[in-house]
Design a protein around this ligand. Structure first.
Ligand code: PBG
Length: 323
């Protein structure tokens, strides 16, 4: 027996109560944002093959899904729309009859006290699948600004509680803030996808949202996964332009970015636990390679521990159910 040991960190791990008391990080449903896909003109909800447990919803089934999530303690949702018609300029993104517009109006009518965030991007609405207006087959940043401004004002008019520009369009936060302030939406917050990497972890999402680019990729506007200082540049620009919340996306391969950004800014930080991160866990669990619940909770906790104040995750409902 060695009696010379004086330092015994294990003392604090002796039982669950003590472990909980000395826990540095906690995660509760209030920290989670649950994404919902709503598709125009389908008659019933359809499970997404690449993302078991995630559905393309009708407006009615989305309402049921949101109600059941609210019963579990979730209160914040990120809405994605899949229109029935796409065109070159994504015009159904800002139509009064658009899928998001109709969904916002109906959800707000039927459910009290939910916070609805809308993703502001053109890729689900354009026939070419790129995140804005193209000129000579390249994204025209400044033309795209006009379009997302229209899209955002239309979302706000129909009841969106917060706008989340996700296209990595330069100057988006500035233009949106100015136009919200001018149009009587001075209290509408902006959560900017500030450092969004050109990631292959978005693969399953693009099936879900039917938003794969028809040609090329998104590397000319989304960030290079090799870069860290550039994430700080993007985030600081967005804060200066008026972002209320900044976001890092994806989460799991970018925990170092989350950690650095958390130290550098004084606005809340969101992280997006993206579709590929979800799909990998579901697939490994299906093969009995891992225990899904434990791995899921460990992943979500790691994102929080890295510095995220809130996490957007397809696991939100599973997590809320498990606690
Ligand atoms: C753009 C958008 C994307 C995601 C969220 N918003 C896709 C993209 O940039 O290609 C990805 C989310 C995920 O993978 O879960 N509308």
């Amino acid at each position: 027996m060695n009696t010379k040991i004086r330092f015994r960190p294990q003392r604090l791990r002796a039982n669950e109560i003590l472990r909980n008391l000395s826990s540095e990080t906690t995660l509760n449903p209030n920290d989670l944002i649950y994404p919902i896909f709503i598709k125009s003109q389908i008659s019933r909800k359809k499970e997404i093959l690449s993302m078991p447990g995630v559905f393309q919803h009708t407006i009615n089934s989305a309402i049921d899904e949101i109600k059941s999530a609210v019963d579990l303690g979730l209160n914040s949702f990120l809405l994605f729309g899949i229109p029935d018609k796409k065109d070159n300029i994504g015009s159904s993104a800002f139509s009064d009859n658009g899928i998001i517009q109709k969904s916002l109006a109906q959800i707000k009518k039927e459910i009290n006290d939910v916070f609805l965030i809308t993703d502001l991007c053109m890729c689900e609405y354009t026939s070419h699948g790129h995140c804005g207006i193209l000129k000579d087959n390249k994204l025209d940043n400044d033309e795209t600004l006009n379009m997302i401004k229209k899209q955002a004002l239309s979302h706000l008019k129909f009841g969106s509680d917060m706008i989340a520009p996700s296209g990595m369009i330069d100057g988006a936060v500035k233009i949106l803030r100015e136009s919200f302030d001018k149009n009587n939406f001075k209290n509408s917050p902006i959560m900017s996808y500030s450092a969004k990497y050109a990631s292959s972890f978005y693969g399953p999402f693009r099936f879900a949202a039917e938003s794969s680019p028809e040609f090329g990729d998104r590397k000319t506007y989304q960030m290079n996964p090799a870069n860290k200082k550039e994430a700080l540049k993007e985030v600081l620009l967005d804060v200066k332009e008026g972002a209320d919340i900044v976001m890092i996306k994806p989460a799991l391969s970018y925990l170092d970015i989350i950690s650095d950004v958390k130290k550098a800014v004084n606005v809340p930080l969101a992280a997006y636990n993206v579709s590929g991160e979800y799909a990998m866990v579901k697939a490994a669990a299906k093969m009995n390679l891992i225990e899904e619940d434990h791995v899921r909770n460990e992943i979500l906790l790691s994102i929080k521990r890295a510095g995220a104040d809130m996490i957007i995750s397809y696991f939100a409902k599973d997590y809320a159910k498990s606690i």
